[in-house]
Design a protein around this ligand. Structure first.
Ligand code: NAD
Length: 258
């Protein structure tokens, strides 16, 4: 079992889906969790779940795309707990209107890039100095399988943002490898969370997606959280700079089984 005993973990988008399940799992492994979300109620619910299981957690309400809010969020986490060892930059959006390059409005493009890419940059900008002061740690940035392969179901801003996260994470991994910080880009396949469920509410769209997944099903958020726990802990001590795919075999397949 991966231990995070004595570690402080800052998780963005921890009010739902992958972020929430990762927060629960990391708390179960002994970490104290700073739940960061723009949605206060959702974030508080995650804190309540962790505390209900005897874990330690606190909430910071922040929009990851806002420079001042992210700086303050990481500062307050460090002053409350005295350090930072795990940074999971996970918050992301996939709004209606993000489609083909021709149709996607500029404001949707900018919103997605601000949250999904600038948000990760800001987490690293303020998180890395705190991790260096704490003696190092592990950064996990959520990209996606769409960062490594193209889809005809276009979501151009989302895909571009995740490609940026992947490239940025590699560079951070190389730059900080000798200073005790590891950085990996988590690339989930489709996961059964609110972010995707709305998009897949149309059975035809869902069937079109499932046909490309060798396992023939979506991932559960807990399955992605297990990978996050591995990357966060010393169990992955020699793993850095990876494109960490947890995708049910999508990126390996050309033809899927019947
Ligand atoms: N669900 C999938 O199929 C899938 C696949 C690949 C990658 N991902 C990525 O995984 C990450 C988590 O996705 P999820 O499916 O758990 O999503 P989700 O919608 O279930 O949860 C996202 C959380 O992020 C929060 N959030 C959104 N914008 C924010 C902002 N500006 N500032 C702070 N918090 C904000 C939301 O309030 C929510 O609690 C995202 O980066 C997403 O792109 C998801």
């Amino acid at each position: 079992m991966s231990s995070l005993e004595g570690k402080i973990a800052f998780i963005t988008g921890a009010g739902s889906g992958i972020g929430r399940q990762s927060a629960l799992l990391m708390a179960g492994a002994g970490a104290r969790i700073v739940v960061c979300d723009r949605d206060e109620e959702a974030g508080q619910a995650t804190v309540g779940m962790i505390e209900g299981k005897g874990g330690g957690a606190s909430l910071v309400v922040a929009d990851v795309s806002d420079d001042g809010q992210m700086r303050a969020a990481i500062d307050s986490a460090c002053s409350e707990y005295g350090g930072l060892h795990v940074l999971f930059n996970n918050a992301g959006i996939f709004p209606d209107g993000d489609g083909s390059p021709v149709d996607t409005p500029l404001d949707i493009w900018q919103w997605v890039i601000d949250v999904n890419l600038k948000g990760v940059f800001l987490g690293c900008k303020y998180g890395i100095p705190a991790m260096l002061e704490s003696g190092g740690g592990s950064i996990i940035n959520t990209a996606s399988f769409v960062a490594v392969m193209g889809a005809a179901t276009s979501q151009i801003a989302y895909t571009a943002s995740k490609g940026g996260v992947l490239a940025m994470t590699r560079e951070i991994a190389v730059e900080y490898a000798r200073q005790g910080i590891r950085a990996n880009a988590l690339c989930p396949g489709p996961v059964r969370t609110p972010l995707l469920e709305e998009f897949l509410s149309d059975p035809e769209v869902k069937a079109r997606r499932l046909v490309h997944i060798p396992m023939g099903r979506l991932a559960e958020p807990e399955e992605i959280a297990q990978a996050v726990l591995f990357l966060a802990s010393e169990a992955s001590a020699y793993v850095t700079g990876t494109t960490f795919l947890v995708d049910g075999g999508i990126s390996a397949s050309y033809v899927t089984p019947e």
